[in-house]
Ligand binder design. Structure first.
Ligand code: ZN
Ligand code: FE
Length: 258
């Protein structure tokens, strides 16, 4: 078990991270409290913490209700979000270590979607919770940072071990893969993943987790060096430079209008 996926709203995911040695659990991002509380009760877990990745309401809208119903609940989130995370009790910074029961997580600062966006990385579970920064075959919109900030945040995540499982904030995979194929149609791994994702979604199954290794093979935003992607983008914009940040910015702009 370790990680339990709980759909929220139209296409968000919340995740319960469970320390099986103590039955302590934390929820990563919560838009709606009720489904989380039901799952916790059904499994006989003890909810001790909320781990917020960033301040947006589709990731934190359930915080206050959880806090009002669970005694002693801790709510972690980035200090750099500047007080916008509802119910925050434990501000965290890049490099901090936190504990869920006997499980340890590292806080990774990965700004750009928001200024204080963080990921939670549990080495023992080989699990990364990255909110709206890295998606399966995509990345979050750059709302509060610059393209260069997002490139740095994504490469920080890409430097984790290949077998790290990627649990992201939204089910955007099918559309992301469709876009990815327009910029890298010759990528065989990408083609296969698209067929797989379509089949998963037809059966109403999630496409998460992915892995860092798979993302490096298929996610255009982690493949800024790909000769095919560069060639496709330069056909559209002959002035485009080889600078990875420029390639990223062009890809992000194309995806925004896809
Ligand atoms: Zn967001
Ligand atoms: Fe979101």
């Amino acid at each position: 078990m370790g990680v339990i996926t709980i759909p929220q709203l139209a296409d968000n995911y919340a995740y319960l991270v469970v320390d099986e040695s103590s039955n302590d659990a934390a929820v990563v991002d919560c838009a709606q409290a009720q489904p989380i509380l039901e799952e916790v009760n059904r499994r006989g877990l003890r909810l001790i913490a909320v781990l917020s990745t960033h301040w947006h309401a589709d990731h934190t809208g359930g915080n206050l209700e959880l806090a009002s119903k669970v005694q002693g609940l801790r709510i972690y989130g980035a200090r750099a979000e500047g007080g916008r995370i509802p119910g925050l009790t434990d501000p965290v910074d890049d490099g901090d270590q936190i504990k869920v029961g006997n499980l340890r997580a590292q806080v990774l600062g990965i700004p750009a979607h928001t200024n204080g966006h963080v990921a939670y990385y549990f080495p023992a579970l080989k699990a990364l919770f990255c909110g709206d920064t890295l998606f399966v075959a995509g990345c979050g919109r750059v709302f509060e940072g610059r393209a260069a900030t997002m490139v740095a945040s994504l490469s920080k995540l890409a430097s984790l071990p290949d077998d790290t499982q990627v649990f992201c904030g939204h089910e955007y995979t099918e559309k992301n893969l469709a876009f990815a194929l327009t910029v890298e149609p010759g990528n065989e791994a990408l083609r296969k993943k698209y067929e797989w994702a379509k089949a998963q979604r037809q059966q109403n199954k999630p496409t998460i987790p992915s892995t860092i290794g798979e993302e490096k093979q298929t996610n255009p935003f982690l493949r800024l060096h790909s000769p095919e992607i560069r060639a496709v983008l330069k056909r559209l914009d002959p002035q485009l430079s080889d600078d990875p940040v420029a390639i990223f910015a062009k890809l992000r702009e194309m995806k925004d209008h896809f």
